[in-house]
Design a protein around this ligand. Structure first.
Ligand code: AHR
Length: 503
């Protein structure tokens, strides 16, 4: 059996783990909102039409901040359509997903749902087909207490207190040719700067996120960040990263190493942001909002028959409903390890998305809601990763991949909460054939014991939870975990993700 030797040093702090790292993303897309979180006729629905079973799963998932309402959707969205009496709201074409948006759920209703699930709102403004003025109007509507036309309108619409939204995204994926209102880095940078300055005139302490690249594979990657930040460095706090991974051409070994790509993506954006800061002689640091990340079988989506036709604009069609395997969840868990390894500069992250649409939670109309395989690494990491992220020294075998060259077989990160003294180690074994015997030197953590363990693995790495078998896959306790003489011993099955809590 291959062996890996890891060392956790409590002084090797990457940075504090901000709760925003465990954020999510809800887009008006497919069955995410309608027939997902909102289904008035469902047996578990509350008085506002929100599914109680989904709310319960959301709480278990442990999502902090939720980005809303898009995504590509936001670039064609008129926020005014989504407030006021529901029966007077217009139905609109959603060009991004060739659907009809009824606006039955809008800002007020969604905010009410966030209160039920215990999450905060991160709002995206439309800088695709709209501009600075509409963004300022939305901010006034949301955050000004009263006494102006738009804030009084909010009060008249039933919300006396301001929504007090703290985090705002300045558009979505403006580098992408598919984006409505797609712009050059220069044009977008100017618009984002002007919009951010205006927003700060209303509410100076907002956290503002400027659009970075839609992925490290974009032809403008790097240069986009440099130009956009050159325009906006003094105006914004964060720059976004988006990344989706999938198994391509049956190359499971490369797929399992996806986090290597995410590591490099983050490092490159940090280097570019710091370069712009250095050129400006600025002491300020721009952090990363990794506000779309997940496993997504995007090639399958591109190859599917798209919704099309001038007379065909369905409401809440089944779109992007990927069903995730054990292997997908292992990659997903390793992406969370990558985010934690960069906790000093990744200040916020949003799992894209949450319900039905490339989501950890699935629902059937009138039927059950259930956990996909990816639900588990998110819920467990969100619950156990507290305090500071700690760098783990790795002495691990490597393997060769077609996509990323030689990569570590085992990856890991540790966390430690100085207040409670509790720690956790998160590990992934990327071997498709062999279990790995891991030792983790943890004497620096003090006299700790194993509190809980979770390993996600299966003899069938493509096993999934489906409507017919909603509990086929779940993590199990890892009984191999034991501590002797300041060393944690744990065996990681092939293609597995593991969490060990210590205290
Ligand atoms: O999450 C699905 C889509 O992926 C989002 O709408 C878009 O921002 C990204 O391309």
């Amino acid at each position: 059996m291959p062996e890996a030797r890891l060392t956790v040093d409590p002084d090797s702090v990457v940075g504090p783990i901000r709760r925003e790292l465990f954020g999510g993303f809800v887009e008006h897309l497919g069955r995410h909102v309608y027939d997902g979180i909102y289904e008035p006729g469902h047996p578990s629905a509350d008085d506002e039409g929100f599914r109680g079973d989904v709310i319960a799963l959301m709480k278990e998932l442990g999502v902090s901040t939720i980005r809303y309402p898009g995504g590509n959707f936001v670039s064609g969205f008129r926020w005014e359509d989504s407030v006021g009496p529901v029966r007077e709201r217009p139905s609109r074409l959603d060009l991004a997903w060739h659907s009809t948006e009824s606006n039955e759920v809008g800002l007020h209703e969604f905010h009410g749902w966030l209160d039920k699930v215990g999450s905060d709102l991160m709002m995206a403004v439309n800088l695709g087909t709209r501009g600075t003025l509409e963004a300022l109007d939305l901010l006034e509507y949301a955050n000004i207490r009263g006494g102006t036309a738009l804030s009084d309108q909010r009060v008249a619409n039933g919300r006396t207190e301001p929504f007090n939204v703290r985090m705002w995204c300045l558009g979505n994926e403006m580098d992408g040719p598919w984006q409505l209102g797609h712009r050059s880095a220069d044009d977008y940078g100017k618009l984002a700067s002007q919009t951010a300055k205006g927003m700060r005139q209303i509410d100076p302490d907002l956290q503002l996120v400027v659009c970075g690249s839609s992925g490290a594979h974009m032809p403008t990657f790097g240069e986009w960040e440099r130009v956009v930040l050159t325009h906006t460095y003094d105006d914004v706090d964060l720059i976004s990263c988006h990344a989706y991974y999938e198994e391509r051409n049956g190359d499971l070994q490369s797929f399992l190493a996806s986090a290597v790509d995410m590591d490099g993506f983050i490092d490159t954006v940090i280097a570019t942001a710091d370069h712009v800061g250095a050129v400006r002689g600025s002491k300020k640091k721009i952090d990363i909002s990794f506000d779309e990340w997940n496993v997504w079988y995007i090639e399958r989506f591109h190859n599917e028959d798209r919704i099309a036709g001038i007379d065909n604009w369905p409401t809440a069609p089944r779109l992007l409903e990927d069903i995730y395997s054990v292997a997908d969840a292992v990659v997903f868990g390793s992406l969370m390890i990558s985010l934690l390894k960069h906790a000093d500069r990744v200040a916020s992250a949003s799992l894209a998305q949450l319900v039905n649409v490339i989501a950890p939670i699935m629902t059937e109309p009138g039927g059950p809601a259930w956990r996909q395989t990816t639900f588990y690494p998110f819920a467990i990491t969100s619950r156990l990763a507290r305090g500071d992220a700690l760098r783990v020294r790795l002495d691990t075998p490597t393997y060769e991949t077609a996509a990323y060259g030689e990569v570590p077989l085992v990856d890991a990160v540790a966390t430690r909460d100085p207040e409670t003294g509790q720690s956790a180690v998160f590990l992934v074994n990327r071997s498709v054939e062999e279990a790995v015997q891991v030792t983790v030197a943890i004497s620096g953590l003090g006299d700790v014991s194993v509190i809980e363990t979770h390993t996600l693995a299966d003899a069938d790495v493509y096993a999934k939870n489906t409507l017919d078998d909603v509990e086929r896959v779940a993590p199990r306790a890892n009984d191999s975990a034991a501590i002797s003489d300041g060393v944690l011993h744990v065996t990681l099955p092939p293609v597995s993700w593991t969490a060990v809590a210590l205290g």
